[in-house]
Write a protein that binds this ligand. Structure first.
Ligand code: ADP
Length: 523
């Protein structure tokens, strides 16, 4: 795993703690397990050593007793009479751990046996004729079996010269069975003693070592609590530096970290205060600038509104006088003059149209445009629209279609403004469509009248759709001059719609046509 993977793994694990045992419990568990293993090994070793020692002693003892019995049994074996060995056998039986005793002839005939019958059975199976040893030692799980040869010694010689010749004759064996009970008991006692003292030692150890571990861990716990507290509350509390060297180092490093964080916080606070102060100053400056700009904009709009209003009056009178002059010229047969005056009227009309647009716009911007609500029938509104736009259709050889699905409700609206919006849309449709159709579809839907002005004209490129409602915006093309216009009609229509809580939008496919929709609330 590389450093980056390791880092992201550690990041993901922040805040999660595994349900592991405390250090104290883990250490105690290791120590107790260690001491227990040591204790078991120790008790096995001790009991093995003690058992070995005891068994050697007991075997020695058994051999001594067997030898002594053999020495006292010469007569009994010579006579093969049990009575001669009675006293010796009884004495032997009184020795501790002697389980049985008797004599056996070289032919294997046992006599005088007393005590545990298992010993007698064991010796009976023994092959005495072929035995050359003087001392025999055998054992099973519960007993040792010892046999010592009974020897008759005969000393012949001259007592004066003191030259003796000694001959030995083996008569049989003194046989003994020795119980291992004492040895087993000693082993049991050893194990019990070790278990008791070991148990006490383990408990003592747990208490002493547990206390010592606790003393060592208390500072670590205190450090861990401060860390958790800081993590949960976001405080930078310092930890007490005490305990073992490593813990003191940890606490010191932690405190250093907290102090660095404090310094960083302080620096951040200062920077934030500084920034806030700067933002306040900038905001105040901007407010002053904005107020100044608003005031000057309002002055400009007011000036424009007054100016355009003042411009309208002389132009209207120019149009009036030109009409009179044209009539007179026609009456006097000066048709060239009448035609020139006709051009003057058309241009004056255009100029008046532009001034009206500017007047509307400046009134809106100066906040002086108001709604004049009145009751109107839908059909009257549509009639007025048809009359106002009738001269526009023949110009580009377009057809007009009215598709009314809304019936003829009474509307409480500012009919002047609604009419102006619709005239703008229909006149644009006529202007940008040649030899096509301009359809006005009217629908009524959930408290709204929906007007769709649909044409089959040149359409609007998708990348320009968003800006055609902005002031002075026209679709960029080489033909712009050809169509004329101010780029104000849609901007004013949009402002009017907003004033009437209506919505205006456009959908268009370049080369196929456009559909302008006005959604006007009527209830
Ligand atoms: P004007 O028509 O005076 O230029 P408008 O604000 O009414 O100003 O229209 C802005 C521009 O939107 C027009 O110049 C034209 O490019 C585009 N436009 C408006 N209506 C249509 C239409 N029906 N078909 C194609 N283009 C249109």
């Amino acid at each position: 795993m590389n450093d980056v993977q390791e880092h992201s793994k550690l990041r993901a694990a922040v805040g999660r703690t595994k349900d592991s045992l405390s250090i104290r419990r883990q250490l105690l568990a290791y120590i107790v397990a260690g001491v227990f293993i040591l204790l078991v090994l120790f008790s096995i070793t001790i009991s093995w050593l003690a058992g070995k020692e005891t068994s050697e002693l007991t075997v020695n003892n058994a051999q001594q007793v067997a030898r002594a019995l053999a020495q006292q049994s010469v007569l009994a074996l010579l006579t093969e009479s049990e009575e001669n060995a009675d006293t010796a056998l009884d004495q032997v039986m009184s020795f501790p751990d002697v389980a049985g005793a008797g004599l056996v002839t070289l032919e294997g005939e046992i006599f005088g046996w007393r005590g545990d019958a298992r010993g007698e059975n064991y010796f009976r199976k023994f092959n005495w004729q072929e035995t050359r040893n003087y001392l025999i030692l055998e054992e099973d799980d519960d007993n040792w079996f010892v046999a010592s040869a009974v020897i008759l010694t005969d000393n012949e010689g001259d007592s004066e010269t003191e030259l003796f010749e000694s001959t030995e004759e083996k008569l049989g064996y003194a046989i003994l069975s020795f119980s291992k009970e004492t040895l087993t008991q000693i082993n049991r006692d050893i194990i019990l003693t070790i278990a008791i003292t070991g148990g006490i030692a383990v408990i003592g150890l747990i208490l002493i070592v547990g206390g010592a571990i606790q003393r060592q861990l208390t500072p670590l716990q205190a450090l861990s609590e401060v860390m958790s507290h800081n993590h949960e509350t976001g405080e930078h509390r310092l930890a007490k530096v005490h305990g073992a060297k490593e813990i003191e180092q940890m606490a010191n490093s932690f405190n250093a970290m907290m102090l660095t964080l404090d310094e960083q916080d302080e620096r951040l606070r200062n920077q934030r205060d500084q920034l806030e102060a700067e933002v306040k100053i900038r905001t105040a400056e901007l407010t002053v600038a904005r107020d100044a700009a608003l005031t000057s904009s309002r002055h400009k709009s007011e000036f424009l509104a007054n100016m355009t209003h003042e411009l309208r009056t002389p132009i209207q009178s120019i149009i009036g006088y030109v009409d009179l002059a044209k009539e007179e010229a026609e009456n006097e047969g000066q048709f060239d003059m009448a035609s020139d005056l006709d051009k003057v009227t058309r241009n004056a009309d255009r100029l008046l149209g532009m001034i009206n647009c500017l007047l509307d716009l400046s009134k809106i911007e100066a906040g002086r445009m108001e709604l004049n609500l009145s009751s109107t029938y839908l059909k009257d509104l549509l009639q007025n629209l048809a009359e106002a736009t009738a001269p526009l259709f023949p110009r580009n050889n377009n057809k007009y279609l009215l598709d009314n699905h809304a019936g003829n409700p009474i509307l409480r609206i500012d009919s002047e403004k609604v009419l102006q919006v619709l005239i703008n849309l229909v006149s644009n449709a006529c202007k940008f469509t040649e030899n096509g159709t301009v359809t006005l579809r009217v629908e009524s839907h959930s408290g709204h009248l929906i007007f769709n002005v649909i044409d089959t004209g040149m359409g609007i490129p998708a990348n320009q759709l968003a800006r055609i409602f902005d002031q002075f915006q026209q679709v960029e093309s080489g033909d712009t001059r050809r169509y004329g216009g101010t780029g104000l009609g849609l901007a004013i229509s949009k402002q009017f719609c907003e004033l009437m809580a209506a919505k205006i939008k456009v959908e268009s496919i370049e080369g196929q046509g456009s559909c302008f929709t006005v959604k006007l609330p009527i209830s």
